[in-house]
Design a protein around this ligand. Structure first.
Ligand code: PMP
Length: 422
């Protein structure tokens, strides 16, 4: 098999149709060789400390062991280390132990699962029975959609939605509309008007690679006009947006009106898992008809930390204020240095570099300067739009942000990074 490096090496992620297991293994080896040549060493690094704004990397394979300022963790409010969250989880583990022992339908559903789901209902101002907790945010999306949408239905999706949404669309019809483009959405709605039993528009509240946000009110109005359901994944919005941290829907006063809100526990809620908020009939249907939910072990007692985090969002709004102060400071710093950070309006900061090789190099150089970031490459983004992606946290100190800005400043000269804005 003759595969040239560069573009083709990245295609290993694309699941090439018809290629065999052996070809895939070979392609992947070539991909790893390619990353090695570009010194792309930022992937799957071993962290030997807590998830925090500064981490200890274990080192090895070009990486020095030591402390690094970290922008790779999505613990926006810093709750993974909050003493009240830790104390609550330890207490619940004392009571329940460390495993759930079975899937929810056949013996793995405990009081702590019910308490979490009831807390989610109250948090999102919905009636009891409107929430379902999953073991990951990925399955919250993929499992629900697989169970809900079938071949007489259509999913109309923003082309930039998270891959967990695409994973859930295998059994239905799909039409993609241009990212955040209302005309493109309306056209898709018009074209599918009388053809399908159910039309569901699916968007993210905050887009995970660009950090920009959905024009929710307008999208909601279009859904009403064309009789479509609306599902929004607000993984990066919960805890960050809205007057009381309920996310993008709260900003638009639509918290109770969106048909399905999904999200993750792995960001502001400082845990592992995910959830779906919907009408109680939809939740009851998913409990029995979603195979990934029904035939997979329920979450462990550690998930009870989410209840405490939901309380802290109300009780300690200072973390959200601090997060926004940090976001503003860091964005201003990068734009005054002339970097292109696209249209981000959230805690996700993409520094657009362009070509994959240069993006890998910038990531590696940042590591050498003690700053740990994620270079994002094709196919997560297009070949020409590779970037360094960072998550700003409430717990980043001014000193850490300044040191990072200085590092970017030095790299700007070294790599002659194009400073043109979109
Ligand atoms: N949705 C979005 C928008 C995400 O960014 C992510 C994860 N980064 C997920 C869903 C999946 O969440 P989890 O990590 O809990 O599986």
């Amino acid at each position: 098999m003759n595969i040239s490096l560069k573009e083709h090496s990245f295609k290993t992620f694309e699941n090439p149709q018809g290629s065999s297991f052996h070809e895939r293994m070979l392609m992947h080896q070539q991909f790893l060789n390619y990353l090695g040549k570009t010194e792309a060493m930022n992937y799957r690094l071993e962290i030997a400390s807590a998830c925090h704004s500064e981490v200890v990397l274990r080192g090895g394979n070009h990486i020095e062991q030591g402390n690094y300022i970290s922008f790779v963790c999505n613990d926006y409010l810093g709750f993974t280390q909050h003493p009240k969250v830790k104390a609550h989880v330890i207490q619940q583990i004392d009571k329940y132990g460390v495993g759930s022992g079975a899937s929810p339908l056949i013996g793995g559903y405990y009081s702590f699962h019910r308490e979490l789901e009831e807390k989610l209902c109250r948090f999102f101002n919905r009636s009891t029975g409107s929430a379902l907790a999953f073991t990951t945010g990925f399955t919250a999306n993929s499992a629900s959609l697989l169970a809900l949408l079938k071949k007489e239905d259509i999913a109309i999706v923003d082309m930039a939605v998270h891959s967990s949404v695409y994973e859930g669309l295998m059994g239905t019809n799909t039409k993609r509309f241009m990212h955040n483009n209302l005309e493109s959405l309306e056209l898709a709605l018009k074209l599918s008007k009388d053809k399908y039993r159910t039309k569901m528009v699916i968007i993210d509240g905050v887009y995970s690679q660009d950090g920009d946000i959905a024009p929710l009110s307008e999208i909601y109005a279009l859904c009403k006009m064309y009789g479509a359901l609306l599902m929004m994944d607000d993984a990066h919005g919960i805890g960050v947006f809205g007057r009381t941290g309920r996310g993008i829907a709260e900003n638009h006063e639509l918290l109770e009106k969106i048909d399905i809100i999904s999200g993750t526990f792995s960001k502001s809620l400082a845990n592992v898992g995910g959830f779906v908020i919907a009408q109680p009939e939809v939740i009851q249907y998913l409990q029995f008809q979603s195979r990934q939910y029904a035939f997979s072990a329920a979450a462990t007692p550690a998930i009870t930390g989410v209840v405490k985090c939901l309380e802290l969002i109300d009780e300690e709004p200072q973390w959200r204020d601090q997060l926004w102060a940090n976001i503003r400071y860091f964005k201003n710093g990068l734009t005054s240095l002339g970097f292109n950070i696209g249209n981000t309006e959230s805690a996700i900061i993409p520094v657009k570099i362009g070509a994959p090789e240069q993006t890998c190099k910038v990531g590696s150089e940042l590591l050498k300067m003690g700053v740990y970031t994620n270079p994002i490459m094709y196919p997560a983004v297009s070949m020409k739009d590779c970037r360094i992606r960072m998550s700003v946290l409430a717990t980043h100190t001014k000193e850490q942000l300044d040191k990072t800005l200085n590092s970017f400043d030095m790299l700007k000269q070294k790599f002659n990074i194009s400073l043109t804005h979109d």
